[in-house]
Ligand binder design. Structure first.
Ligand code: SAH
Ligand code: SF4
Length: 356
């Protein structure tokens, strides 16, 4: 690998670090040490790398960037959800959410909801991130960095803290930043790093068909969630503009192919509003998913200002779920998390930018 200005330590595999060490005249074993400091111990500065001598740290820091994410906001919810607003090196901001974190709630499952882009080009009708438009893709280092920096901040209070699960459900469309997301997954999975199991990571997509098929072929063993939200093209076109490019027939065919290749169940996300939580919609969904390996996760929509979406009542959700259950489709409903801290995707950043 040619050493270039833009190489970020947190985005490098051990093999890449070995190459870099060789090129700049450092011993090969430094590469593993560096990887462990960056990925496992989640250090944020060169001088924290105690096993690397000062001379070598100097050399390394003139060839590799280490940009920790700067926490500019943190909100804590009653239910153990923490929401972070991070500033990136170029001044852009992203959100990141830690779920299930409270000593009283769970000691063995801590999920981080990771962003993959600054903004999003898809522009879904209910999504705060979509309303703001697309700024840029995140680098591998920035994707992994969210997990590392949350780990760093929580460890200040709880030294044994460890992230156990990742969902790529923050800002942005992960399959439109495919290569970086996949490399980020490999780094987070590495035994010398965070060692998060592949099956404990889930990618969520609005339906980028060619990339779903590529993911099936690359088959990294991560989970796949498809944001379906509607079972009829005329409804879905208005909610998710990507549907005009890859309509439901193509999307479902890609899901079938994904299941055939990977033998994995897909989670179909369905955000319910007071308008779409109707019997007819539930029946259309049941017809669409007949024979598909997967289950439906119902989410009451998080109302975002300017979208006009309203949350359905709990009875509507129960009736909707019943129609699916009667049709033999496994269904769960996502408990609401962090409702008191603007936890809907993109909401915190929007609010904060409004304060500038
Ligand atoms: N771009 C990807 C992943 C990020 S969005 C995707 O669309 O799947 C993660 C999930 O949050 C998606 O299922 C998305 O549809 C959902 N979402 C976005 N805004 C929401 C809102 N206001 N209420 C409920 N779910 C929302
Ligand atoms: Fe983008 Fe997902 Fe939001 Fe749609 S829901 S605008 S795809 S982040």
């Amino acid at each position: 690998m040619k050493i270039m200005e833009s190489v970020e330590l947190r985005g490098c595999s051990i093999d890449e670090l070995i190459e870099i060490c060789q090129e700049i005249g450092l011993k090969r074993f430094r590469a593993t040490q560096l990887f462990q400091w960056a990925q496992q111990k989640a250090v944020r500065t060169w001088d924290q790398m105690k096993t690397v001598g000062e001379g070598d740290r100097q050399t390394l820091s003139s060839h590799l960037h280490l940009y920790p994410l700067e926490r500019i906001r943190e909100q804590r919810s009653q239910d153990g959800t923490r929401k972070y607003l991070f500033r990136l090196n170029d001044g852009e901001t992203i959100e990141c959410v830690l779920m299930d974190y409270a000593r009283t709630i769970s000691r063995d499952r801590h999920t981080v909801c990771v962003s993959t882009q600054v903004g999003c080009a898809v522009g879904c009708a209910f999504c705060a991130t979509g309303l703001e438009g697309f700024r840029r893709n995140l680098s591998v280092a920035e994707i992994v960095g969210q997990v590392l920096d949350i780990t760093h901040y929580v460890r200040q209070e709880d030294p044994d803290f460890q992230v156990t699960n990742i969902v790529f459900m923050g800002m942005g469309e992960p399959l439109l930043n495919y290569d970086q997301v996949l490399k980020g997954i490999q780094l987070l999975n590495h035994g010398q790093g965070q060692a998060i199991g592949m099956r404990r990571m889930t990618i969520s997509t609005c339906g980028v068909v060619p990339k779903i098929i590529q993911l099936a072929k690359d088959n990294p063993q991560v989970g796949l969630a498809v944001s379906l939200h509607a079972a009829q093209d005329e409804v879905r076109n208005d909610l998710i503009p990507m549907n005009r490019r890859y309509p439901l027939a193509q999307l479902m065919e890609a899901c079938q192919e994904y299941s055939q290749i990977t033998h994995r169940r897909i989670t179909f996300e369905v955000a319910l509003t007071s308008k779409n939580a109707r019997r007819g919609e539930a029946e259309a969904l049941a017809r669409l998913l007949k024979g598909q390996l997967g289950h439906v996760n119902l989410i009451p929509v998080n109302p975002v200002e300017g979208t006009g979406m309203e949350r359905p009542d709990i009875e509507q959700i129960k009736r909707f779920a019943q129609v699916l259950e009667n049709a033999g489709i496994p269904v769960s409903s996502r408990e609401e998390r962090g409702g008191d801290i603007d936890a809907a995707c993109g909401q915190l950043r929007r609010k904060w930018e409004g304060e500038l």
